[in-house]
Design a protein around this ligand. Structure first.
Ligand code: ATP
Ligand code: MG
Length: 400
């Protein structure tokens, strides 16, 4: 049986946040966005909680979407019953049967807000608990560590019955901590870095460097597909496709030794910094993990990061690959990331890339490239910016 309501609970970071009202508003705006495809829903706010009236819309379809709302702590399906003992008992049983895998233990907790209801909380615990116990063979009561806590609230007009709680995406609500540029390759790491940045309350634009025609259109499509996955959490995302072929070819012609990769990466960072200025972002987010590959030594990270004045955030810096892969699977980017693709940076690899680039040497090589700055500006000008649309559009209608 489909429940009647869904109750939403905000995440800890929202409740403790200094800007609680702004945070709450940001969460509910996202709730409205992801639930846009369900026109039958109505919303109301009571006793500090937000309730969604399903009006026949499927709870499990809604749940899939609510699980992706940043800043949402948890949500529960609720069955409503008239204030009559038999009706409450029956729906309590329905709520217990709705729990996915049949639980071995439970505990009933009844709260009587409406003091005119003839049985008090203690009596009701027994009346509801006993009824469920008799109806489900093998089920036992465990008051200390029950698998399911069956909760009944006796309100003024009706009884609310809960047996399950689902997790929201947690973290900070979308965009409440500012905006950053995500450097997105087609690999496993950068989409995960993007997700963690989103969950930390950052709004993101994505920046991808391609070396068309040396890298294929398929690689570009892959990046669009990855951004599309992130829009499930973030809503519409701007994607900047930077043509890197000309910069890369010129640098390669002028210098082709062990510091080439460092110089190319510095060029990418500087272009991203320029885009950040143009699009009002105050940080760059990348997917480096310290020591994961030869180019991600501290020496390299230092030499590359020094190319820009803007902070470079690396959410994966201290994470192990397995941990990163687990998140990639959870956010459903892993399968896309492992498809074969060409990365612009692997095009002109020098025979032995340096793992400990000397910053002063790098800078003196770059100084000789007096055309470099103009090339970088040109790449910014040639950048193609597109919107990757989220499936459910935000109406931005505030409902309280
Ligand atoms: P990923 O799995 O994200 O590709 P990686 O382990 O392959 O990471 P690198 O190739 O060293 O690592 O790249 C480090 C970071 O630089 C990436 O996580 C990403 O943020 C950025 N980056 C690399 N290539 C590109 C690109 N073509 N466009 C935009 N950003 C890129
Ligand atoms: Mg990569």
């Amino acid at each position: 049986m489909n429940p009647d309501l869904v109750v939403l609970r905000l995440g800890e970071l929202v409740l403790k946040g200094k800007n609680r009202h702004r945070f709450e508003k940001a969460v509910y705006e996202q709730v409205r966005r992801v639930l846009h495809p369900f026109p039958g829903l109505t919303f109301n706010r009571e006793f500090g909680r937000v309730y969604i009236h399903l009006n026949g819309e499927s709870f499990s379809l809604l749940a899939e979407r609510l699980e992706k709302v940043l800043g949402l702590g948890s949500f529960s399906p609720v069955y409503t019953a008239p204030l009559q003992l038999e009706a409450i008992q029956e729906l309590a049983l329905v709520a217990m049967q709705a729990v996915g895998t049949a639980p071995a233990t439970f505990k009933a907790t009844v709260r009587r807000v409406n003091k005119s209801f003839p049985h008090d909380s203690q009596e009701m615990n027994k009346l509801v608990g006993g009824y469920v116990l008799r109806a489900i063979p093998g089920l036992k009561v465990d008051v200390n560590k029950p698998e399911v806590e069956l909760k009944v609230e006796l309100r003024e007009e009706q009884a609310l019955i809960y047996s399950q709680s689902f997790e929201g995406a947690g973290g900070f609500p979308l965009g409440t901590n500012g905006k950053a540029m995500l450097m997105l390759s087609g690999g496993i790491d950068s989409p995960v870095a993007g997700f963690l940045a989103l969950r930390q309350g950052l709004k993101l634009d994505a920046v991808h460097f391609h070396s068309y025609p040396y890298t294929s259109e398929k690689s570009q499509q892959k990046v669009k597909d990855l951004v599309s996955k992130l829009t499930e959490y973030a809503g519409d995302i701007r994607l900047h496709m930077v043509p890197f072929t000309s910069v890369q070819t010129k640098i390669h012609q002028a210098y082709n030794q062990n510091l080439l990769i460092t110089i190319l990466r510095r060029a990418m960072f500087r272009i991203t910094e320029k885009l950040a200025d143009n699009y009002s972002a105050s940080a760059i987010v990348t997917g480096e993990s310290l020591g994961q590959v030869a180019s991600q030594t501290l020496g390299s990270i230092n030499a590359i990061g020094r190319a820009v004045g803007i902070p470079v955030l690396q959410p994966l810096i201290c994470m192990e690959k397995q941990q990163i892969i687990r998140i990639a699977e959870k956010i459903d980017t892993f399968e896309i990331s492992i498809l074969p693709h060409e990365d612009c940076c692997t095009l002109f690899l020098p025979p032995s890339p340096s793992t400990n680039p000397n910053l002063r040497v790098v800078e003196s090589i770059e100084r000789k490239m007096d055309w470099l700055e103009a090339e970088l500006d040109d790449a910014v000008k040639q950048t193609e910016t597109i919107w990757i649309q989220a499936e459910g559009k935000s109406s931005f209608a505030s409902f309280f």
